[in-house]
Design a protein around this ligand. Structure first.
Ligand code: ADP
Length: 250
């Protein structure tokens, strides 16, 4: 009997140690990614700057093939700059959650739509939304969530089909459940989980431009505030992205 208790205690303490080690390794990895992306910014900025200068000042002394190579270089450096900026934003999200304040979700949505104004206009999108609640959240992150999800709904559209996007909310017992519904290209079932991983993309830049970090940022924001995010979809018909946020006292 005694030895069974001792074995149980031993198993529990090994498990606790393992969890602690995992948390610590995870934090170190996040810190590493943050520092690496921060330090990469400067040399990248120099590459972009001098590739542009080279094209401007020596472009006429180089033949067309050379100019093509320079342009490919410039585009790759620009893309990397964007990815590094995204990675930094992703890393910064892990730095503290004590910014909960009374947040009018209508206001957060308005800000997101304002940021997306050009693509809403050019795609002739119709955006519908129910009145949204005021909840305890972070207004900047709330706007970011809407912006990333609606931005994707605008981008992943079927050619010639104007986007119709709906933002809805339902009040559950202990949480708010938001959804962003689109009529776009949809997502195959096998990818519905992996799309939330950083830099996971299902398309090339020629098809749809992007860096693959938008949904990872959404996941990180939602989870940091104690909620969850997932997607349901029918290929060629559309997708719905759901996220929940716990109800909290003011
Ligand atoms: P990005 O849009 O920069 O590629 P995201 O992290 O926002 O990065 O999205 C990851 C992938 O999930 C996208 O590359 C796309 O394949 C898929 N995806 C996201 N939103 C939608 C959507 N509304 N409809 C169809 N596919 C989507």
């Amino acid at each position: 009997m005694k030895s069974t208790i001792r074995e149980k205690q031993f198993a529990e303490s090994s498990r606790d140690n393992l969890v602690k080690q995992l948390i610590s390794v995870n934090e170190q990895l996040e810190q590493f990614a943050y520092v690496a992306s921060h330090d990469l910014r400067e040399p990248l900025r120099i590459i972009v700057c001098f590739t542009e200068l080279l094209a401007k000042e020596y472009g006429d002394k180089i033949d067309e093939t050379g100019r093509n190579y320079m342009e490919i270089n410039r585009q790759a450096a620009k893309k990397m700059e964007l990815m590094v900026a995204n990675l930094l934003e992703y890393g910064r999200l892990g730095q503290g959650v004590d910014r909960l304040t009374k947040t009018d979700c209508n206001e957060a949505l308005k800000q997101a739509l304002e940021a997306l104004r050009e693509s809403i206009k050019s795609s002739k999108a119709e955006i519908q939304h129910a009145p949204l609640p005021t909840i305890m959240a972070d207004p900047i992150h709330m706007a970011r969530l809407f912006q990333n999800l609606i931005g994707n709904a605008l981008k992943y559209q079927r050619p010639g089909k104007p986007p119709v996007i709906r933002v809805a909310v339902s009040e559950k017992e202990v949480q708010w459940q938001f959804s962003v519904i689109d009529n776009g290209i949809g997502i195959e079932k096998v990818y519905l989980d992996s799309i939330f991983a950083p830099f996971k993309r299902l398309h090339t830049d020629d098809q749809y431009a992007g860096t693959g970090i938008g949904l990872a940022i959404c996941k990180r924001i939602v989870e940091e505030f104690g909620g969850s995010i997932w997607a349901e979809s029918k290929p060629d018909q559309g997708s719905t992205f759901f996220f929940t946020l716990p109800k909290r006292e003011e």
